[in-house]
Design a protein around this ligand. Structure first.
Ligand SMILES: Cc1cc2nc3c(=O)[nH]c(=O)nc-3n(C[C@H](O)[C@H](O)[C@H](O)COP(=O)(O)OP(=O)(O)OC[C@H]3O[C@@H](n4cnc5c(N)ncnc54)[C@H](O)[C@@H]3O)c2cc1C
Length: 388
């Protein structure tokens, strides 16, 4: 067993490159996009040119030949500065491209992955519906095979879908009920719906508390026809496939959460040194020092958690429980650190021009998206063999 969680020279180089990009390119511009609730196309294009959207995919599909650890490193460094761009990358890779890579036919991979890996196109993942989120097995969207036409006909709706309505979104992979098992349980399948297919409507972006420079929309499907060949993976296995995708995605969200938690430390250390009260820097007070020391401790342990889960994934070992633990812990500490960082900034922390205000607004969703904290606890309890 290897206990070394330090990065290789190659991973460290990636980390430094993304760190510099986040500080030099993202930090100066993102506040304005966020204020305007605008998707930052120019930044996303640049991320594409750097190869970030192709990080964990093989070169033959246009990827960088890296791994999930590389993706986590990039997400952590981006989220230290801004979570909207980080979630755009996370959803583009883990939810948009990964299902095609894991479950697609050779033809589907060659059709979709090169553009998704280059960042010229974005993919989305439509699981959640207005009446079911945590209980995603309750999917109501249906897909009926019109055998004569060789097409699936989809009806239903999805909500809160990241990256689903940008100018560069080219596909949404959707879960839909395609039949019933003998016991009456639904057979859920995954089907690729290209953007612009007639009957596929993308609503205006939601007005959100945070992630304001990321794209989130409600989708509806009214007799949407796509080729039968757009089935992704096996018919009736779509739910199981998505659960596998979510297990991996939790590692990515955990890395992103760790980045936000660390960004709160970065901002607090700077501010505590420069802000004076009662004739000395506020950071000279032990109360502030202890607060920041606790924040750093939490960010460090969150990092150990996601890297542990990632190393198990890369070793081909079971990682479901560790991914759930990492996601639960890191999202909790992201919220804790954001609250404390805002407190350290006093009134300025409540002003949107300060990055900690954005971090505070962006932290809460981390306890909700890609499985709520309660769902993570359910998964951990199940892995411990507690009664169902
Ligand atoms: C900004 C944003 C982006 C998102 N992006 C995507 C995306 O790209 N693709 C996608 O498919 N989805 C996406 N989602 C949806 C997200 O994954 C769901 O919101 C989340 O899984 C929770 O589902 P829900 O909102 O339906 O809450 P519900 O499932 O209705 O849960 C409500 C509350 O009840 C709790 N609860 C539910 N069941 C239990 C139980 N058995 N025991 C204890 N507590 C329980 C939950 O933990 C939660 O606190 C996004 C959401 C947001 C807000």
């Amino acid at each position: 067993m290897s206990l070394d969680h330090r990065l290789t020279a190659e991973h460290e180089e990636l980390r430094r490159t993304v760190e510099a990009f986040a500080h030099d390119v993202v930090a100066p511009k993102i506040g304005d996009f966020y204020e305007r609730h605008e998707f930052p196309y120019e930044i996303v294009r640049e991320m594409g040119r750097m190869g970030l959207f192709g990080l964990p995919f093989p070169e033959e599909y246009g990827g960088m030949g890296g791994d999930y650890l590389a993706l986590g490193i990039a997400l952590e460094e981006l989220a230290r500065v801004d979570s909207s761009v980080a979630i755009t990358l996370e959803a583009g890779v883990s939810l948009g491209a990964m299902p095609v890579f894991r479950f697609g036919t050779e033809e589907q991979k060659r059709q979709w992955l090169p553009r998704l890996c280059s960042g010229e196109a974005l993919g989305a993942f439509g699981l959640t519906e207005p009446d079911c989120g945590s209980d995603a097995g309750g999917t109501r969207t249906t897909a009926v095979l019109d055998a004569a036409a060789g097409e699936w006909v989809l009806n239903g709706s999805k909500c809160f879908i990241t990256n689903s309505g940008t100018d560069i979104t080219e596909l949404v992979t959707v879960t839909a009920v395609t039949g019933r098992k003998e016991n009456g349980a639904p057979r859920i399948s995954a089907i690729i719906v290209p953007s612009g297919t007639p009957g596929f409507t993308v609503a205006a972006p939601y007005s959100k508390v945070g992630w304001n420079a990321s794209d989130t929309r409600e989708l509806s499907f009214s007799d949407v026809r796509v080729p039968a060949a757009n089935l992704l993976g096996e018919e009736g296995r779509g739910y199981a496939q998505f659960l596998r995708i979510l297990d991996e995605g939790r590692i990515a969200i955990s890395a992103l959460s760790t980045g936000l938690a660390q960004g709160c430390v970065d901002e607090s250390v700077k501010y505590a040194a420069q802000r004076h009260a009662f004739g000395r820097p506020i950071g000279a007070n032990q109360a502030i020092q202890f607060k920041i020391a606790d924040m750093e401790t939490r960010a460090h342990m969150a990092r150990v958690g996601w890297r542990d889960a990632a190393s198990r994934l890369l070793a081909g070992e079971p990682f479901k429980k560790e991914a759930a633990i990492a996601k639960l812990y890191s999202s909790t500490v992201a919220v804790d650190n954001a609250r404390e960082a805002t407190q350290i900034h006093g009134g300025y922390g409540f002003m949107n021009e300060y990055p900690v205000a954005r971090m505070w607004r962006d932290s809460k969703i981390l306890e909700i998206g890609e499985g709520t904290s309660e769902v993570q606890r359910m998964l951990i309890a199940r892995e411990l063999g507690l009664p169902a």
